[in-house]
Design a protein around this ligand. Sequence first.
Ligand SMILES: NC(=O)c1ccc[n+]([C@@H]2O[C@H](COP(=O)([O-])OP(=O)(O)OC[C@H]3O[C@@H](n4cnc5c(N)ncnc54)[C@H](OP(=O)(O)O)[C@@H]3O)[C@@H](O)[C@H]2O)c1
Length: 224
Amino acid sequence: MTTALVTGANKGIGLEIVRQLVDRGLTVYLGARDAERGEKAAADTGARFLQLDVTDPASIERAAASLDRLDILINNAGITGGMMNGPGHADLASVRDVFNTNVFGVIAVTDAMLPLLRASAHGRIVNMSSGVGSLAGMATSQTPDSLAYVPSKTALNAVTVLYAKVEPNLRVNAACPGYCATDLNNHAGHRTAAQGAAIAVHLGTLDDDGPTGGFFDDNGAIAW
Ligand SMILES: NC(=O)c1ccc[n+]([C@@H]2O[C@H](COP(=O)([O-])OP(=O)(O)OC[C@H]3O[C@@H](n4cnc5c(N)ncnc54)[C@H](OP(=O)(O)O)[C@@H]3O)[C@@H](O)[C@H]2O)c1
């Protein structure tokens, strides 16, 4: 495995995933929707900037056409839409925006990159999910009442299982980084972005006999 792409990688956990993959000697494409932020992050990390807005089909098509090989795709870009979209007062436009990025964006980027990943001898896909998307854990008080973010990650988990089933030669898994201090949560998380990146790097560099179609954090498998 020599070449990786990380989406939404100009800051936060994505940026740390890039750093850790570059440290392992991989050629890493740092996906970012904004050229200025992306170029700067790429220069800071030794990665190559790739303009990629996961909600923009033209941007996705251009990005895929510019690559001639890809072994590891890490679908990291994500938004919350705020955590105020609870039952009874959901802002449906915001719910749509969140699904557009966190679910439809992942499908669009993954489909565009699949020919390259299939051509790799060790293709890997990691979808940055969240423990809050676990149906098993959803009734607990820790899960925010967001009809946008929470179900978007549950849907992403389903997307992960289907790609794993249809692409048995790839290793396709969902990752939970834990609660990390990033802009996503106004830096309220108790873990660092680098700690959150580790599970994605692990799943992205799995051996050929590693698991596929699973949902993992640093402690192992998470209940769906
Ligand atoms: N932080 C946590 O505690 C936590 C917990 C569980 C799961 N996660 C997941 O981990 C992933 C990374 O989150 P984070 O905490 O690192 O958040 P973050 O610091 O807010 O970073 C999110 C990244 O996604 C990018 N992005 C948003 N919309 C995009 C689009 N349409 N196209 C391309 N890039 C886009 C952002 O780019 P801009 O700078 O241009 O906005 C930014 O680079 C997300 O999927 C999140 O749901 C985070």
